[in-house]
Design a binder for this molecule. Structure first.
Ligand SMILES: Nc1nc2c(c(=O)[nH]1)N=C([C@H](O)[C@H](O)COP(=O)(O)OP(=O)(O)OP(=O)(O)O)CN2
Ligand SMILES: [Zn+2]
Length: 148
């Protein structure tokens, strides 16, 4: 299978409310996301993206629009974490993203996958689709999702 992968980074805060150790504290990470796409190679003489599954700059632009610019420098808060939601609401203009599940790297990877799956789905009529997403929370800890 032929795939392409684009790596992007963003900074975000989170906490795992019921964690047994220090992850229950408000803290942040520089997340790294690796987006892997599959699809037919474009064959259009004279086209800018001839020979490509998708131009890496277009992969980046869509990722920024749908995910990176939304989550970068935001606090990713679990919708049931009422204590932190109340605090964030008290900060005027604070960039907060409410997540419908606990913001572990597993759940954030699943959420990011669901968002980006729609963003890339068959843009060019070439069967383009999101194949895999890897989300690194730290250099040592990450989650991977591959399409069914
Ligand atoms: N399965 C998961 N385990 C943990 C998660 C998670 O999302 N999924 N998250 C955390 C913490 O939020 C934190 O992101 C990880 O902290 P830590 O284990 O300290 O990671 P480090 O890479 O800094 O580990 P070192 O041992 O310091 O190298 C915890 N668990
Ligand atoms: Zn963390």
């Amino acid at each position: 299978m032929l795939t392409i992968t684009r790596k992007l980074e963003f900074d975000a805060g989170h906490r795992i409310p019921d964690h047994k150790s220090q992850c229950r504290n408000l803290h942040g990470h520089r997340y790294t996301v690796e987006i892997t796409l599959v699809g037919n190679v474009i064959e259009q003489e004279g086209s800018s993206d001839n020979g490509m599954i998708m131009d890496f700059s277009d992969v980046k632009a869509l990722a920024k629009q749908y995910l990176i610019d939304v989550w970068d420098h935001a606090f990713l808060v679990y919708e049931k974490d009422v204590a932190v939601r109340g605090f964030l609401d008290s900060l005027p203009g604070h960039k907060t993203v409410i997540i419908d599940r606990i913001p572990t790297v597993e759940n954030l990877a699943q959420t990011a996958f669901d968002i980006l799956k729609i963003a890339y789905q068959d843009r060019y009529g070439t069967g383009l689709r999101l194949h895999k997403l890897v989300l690194h929370e730290t250099p040592n800890c990450w989650a991977e999702i591959t399409a069914d």
